[in-house]
Design a protein around this ligand. Structure first.
Ligand SMILES: Cc1cc2nc3c(=O)[nH]c(=O)nc-3n(C[C@H](O)[C@H](O)[C@H](O)COP(=O)(O)OP(=O)(O)OC[C@H]3O[C@@H](n4cnc5c(N)ncnc54)[C@H](O)[C@@H]3O)c2cc1C
Length: 396
């Protein structure tokens, strides 16, 4: 928190057009887009920017498979395409870099059946991704030991839409961009425990923030808050899914495509380091610590990808992904609370879509809506799923 902002907060009352709760990737994009749209914006973060799931280092920006096209896949596709331009703009305005590159992704195929299915998907990709991005089956590794030849027995998918970014560097760049906006104010180490949906939030120190609109972008903590505000405090709107990842000191060619195999990602980053992720744990005792499951993942990565050699681990990290019920992101106003919107539940793809989620919530506040949001993302749709789950019916 900037010294001037701390003094203002201590004065007891703040007013803004837009209050964004949560300084992860979803909240930083929402606050920046709000300020850029001319809204006086306060970003409130209970710890540090990136203290939640967004503070990791994997950074895969990957699409869903191109078949059975639907609104969710379309939303994500358009987001992945537009992110490149968004990041170029941030980089040129801040003079900073965040290790973004569209390196594509390689997915070894486990059987002849998988190869045939992949070949069929090439036509779906052409129909749904257009001619700029390709999805093909290749038979040679992208480079020596990337991946091991045995993993390529049935070939591999190589698609050119996926990209990678350094999550922490992107957050630093978003923060610098916000600090550059006269309309934006960032309050860290400030928790919003209490929200009056009619337009105010009280911080733990008693400071009252009056807002025109509020965007809840507080990751896994958003679900119970949304349920309370919607008047169904016990609704199971979402749950955390723990993930663990490791960063290795290597000297890899950063142009190598992302490597994905059955939940395992190996990503060569710009600084020569390789990120390996991630576990997917719905049950855990220690949300933020790493354990033997990460060692197993790293061991798998070394087999899949001999190019890693015996590169040492420089960092181990764990975080909680926000997975909404039904797995779709949660976006838009809370029914009955028109001033309170949500941008949460990005689960495993937040870094690829958070800017577009932000565009949607800010567009609905300013009336300049440029983004088509699938109905399944609406908070009402999530509430219906939660009600169905609670009553034992099959969620739609
Ligand atoms: C191991 C791992 C690997 C991953 N890899 C990828 C990947 O390769 N690509 C990808 O796109 N995604 C990936 N993800 C998922 C991605 O990190 C998350 O989906 C994303 O970070 C969620 O962002 P968020 O802003 O919604 O939530 P968060 O980043 O969790 O941010 C929420 C913030 O809100 C703050 N907060 C909570 N309550 C309050 C309150 N009341 N007042 C003020 N502040 C509050 C928290 O401190 C936190 O900083 C990965 C996740 C993990 C764990």
């Amino acid at each position: 928190m900037l010294a001037a902002d701390r003094r203002a907060a201590r004065a007891g009352q703040l007013t803004c057009d837009l209050l964004v709760v949560g300084g992860g990737i979803a909240g930083c994009w929402a606050a920046l887009k709000g300020a850029r749209a001319g809204l006086s914006t306060i970003l409130l973060e209970k710890a540090e920017i990136g203290a939640g799931a967004s503070g990791g280092f994997l950074g895969a920006l990957m699409p869903h498979m191109p078949e059975r096209w639907n609104g969710k896949k379309d939303f994500q596709f358009k987001a992945l395409v537009s992110l490149q331009r968004e990041i170029a703009t941030l980089e040129s305005r801040t003079g900073m870099e965040c290790g973004y590159a569209r390196t594509g992704r390689l997915i070894p195929l486990a059987s002849d059946g998988a190869r045939q299915a992949a070949l069929a998907r090439a036509a779906d990709a052409e129909a749904n991704w257009g001619s700029k991005y390709s999805f093909s089956v290749i038979d040679e590794p992208a480079g020596a030991g990337w991946p091991e030849s045995a993993a390529m027995r049935h070939g591999a998918v190589f698609e050119t839409l996926s990209a990678r970014v350094q999550p922490r560097a992107l957050l630093r760049m978003l923060l610098a961009s916000m600090e550059d906006q006269s309309k934006a104010r960032i309050l860290t180490h400030e928790l919003a425990p209490e929200i009056d949906p009619a337009g105010s939030a009280r911080l733990t120190d008693g400071t009252l923030i009056s807002f025109g609109h509020l965007v809840l972008a507080n990751g896994v903590d958003a679900f119970p808050m949304i349920a309370r505000l919607a008047g169904v405090p016990d609704a199971p709107l979402g749950a955390p899914v723990k993930g663990q990842a490791a960063l290795l000191k290597t000297d890899l060619d950063p142009d190598m495509p992302l490597l994905y195999d059955d939940g395992l990602y190996v990503i060569a980053h710009e600084d020569g380091r390789a990120a390996i992720g991630s576990t997917s744990e719905t049950e855990f005792d220690q949300p933020l610590s790493t354990d033997a499951q990460l060692d197993d993942l790293v061991a798998r990565a070394r087999v899949l990808c001999p190019a890693l050699g015996d590169a040492g681990i420089v960092q181990r990290w764990a975080g909680l992904r926000p997975r909404a019920i039904g797995r779709d992101p949660m976006l838009g106003a809370i029914p009955g609370c028109d001033q309170v919107l949500v941008s949460a539940g990005g689960f495993k793809i937040s870094f690829g879509i958070a800017h577009r989620m932000a565009e949607a919530v800010i567009g609905s506040i300013t009336g300049q809506m440029t983004v088509e949001v699938p109905e399944s993302f609406a908070v009402a749709a999530h509430l219906a799923r939660a009600r169905a789950a609670a009553s034992g019916a099959t969620p739609s």
